[in-house]
Design a protein around this ligand. Structure first.
Ligand code: OGA
Ligand code: MN
Length: 276
């Protein structure tokens, strides 16, 4: 039997980032559009499906058509994103997600992509913003591209925690310092040849630069990459299934109350490209 390969309907939300894809559940579960979806993810940074009405098993099954899923967090491929400590014990750590970041910056293979499905929304806040770090890099003036080409940035878990708890105790600092730091290039040259900027809340300092210069450069580039023209803000509806290319975007949640009930079910696709 010939499988139908109806082209997917893709509606772009902004010029450089974010698209809504209209597809029926059977098509997504079959994997026959997986290549198209992966290509859209890489091209658009963020894609989402609305009105699918899927359950956890179907979310995981769709993810598996796109890559290999990371099983070491959550249960059955689903991890609960909530700031309520009775739902997620790491709720305190997750508050860091309200600041621009990409996931897995400390891992040898940062996650390829993340899928989030909105289970319950907060009454206020809780949108998620994404910026396209490929586009931000491409638009940099040539002088900046040359100046940052070979820079390396040390990323640390400790650094990202200062955003959440500016006055950490000695014990807290020692705790976060147990996570090994990692030096990453400031410009990620992907296997495809494309380049993206690599920044985010774990970016601590630029190797070899004076402290002030390092802090100023990291902030200047973050400001650049998160200008409105590179950003898509997702206004969630219950049931939305959204995925982002974690290797070519940064993201952050807009503030929402820890007791708001907001709940997202997350599935992560394992990284396929080393970062060193
Ligand atoms: C994440 C994350 C943002 C959100 O799951 O990695 O940063 O809006 N989530 O919940
Ligand atoms: Mn995140």
């Amino acid at each position: 039997m010939e499988l139908s390969t109806t082209p997917l309907e893709i509606a772009d939300c902004t010029t450089v980032i974010g698209s809504e894809i209209r597809a029926d559940l059977q098509t997504l579960l079959s994997g026959r559009q997986a290549e198209t979806i992966r290509a859209a993810l890489e091209r658009r940074g963020v894609i989402f499906f609305r009105g699918l009405q899927i359950n956890d098993e179907q979310q995981v099954a769709i993810a598996k058509t796109l890559g290999s899923i990371v099983q070491n967090e959550g249960e059955g491929g689903i991890y609960k994103i909530s700031l309520d400590q009775s739902v997620n014990q790491r709720a305190e750590y997750l508050k860091g997600s309200m600041f621009w970041h990409f996931d897995g910056s400390l891992q040898p293979y940062p996650n390829l992509a993340t899928l989030l499905r909105a289970i319950k929304l907060s009454n206020a806040g809780g949108q998620t913003e994404f910026c396209n770090t490929y586009a931000a890099y491409e638009d940099l003036p040539d002088a900046d591209k040359a100046a940052i080409a070979d820079l390396r940035v040390v990323h640390s878990a400790e650094r990202s925690q200062y955003y959440v708890r500016p006055e950490m105790s000695y014990e807290e600092i020692c705790f976060w310092q147990k996570s090994p730091t990692k030096a990453c290039p400031m410009v990620w040259t992907h296997q495809s040849g494309r380049k993206s900027l690599l920044l985010g809340a774990t970016a601590d300092y630029v190797l070899g630069l004076p402290t002030e210069e390092s802090r100023a450069l990291l902030a200047r580039l973050r400001d650049w990459a998160t200008q409105p023209r590179y950003v898509y803000r997702h206004e969630w509806q219950v049931g939305d299934l959204l995925m982002w290319d974690n290797t070519g975007t940064m993201h952050r949640a807009l503030p929402y109350a820890a007791d708001s009930g907001r709940l997202m079910h997350r599935t992560v696709l394992a990284g396929e490209e080393p970062l060193h």
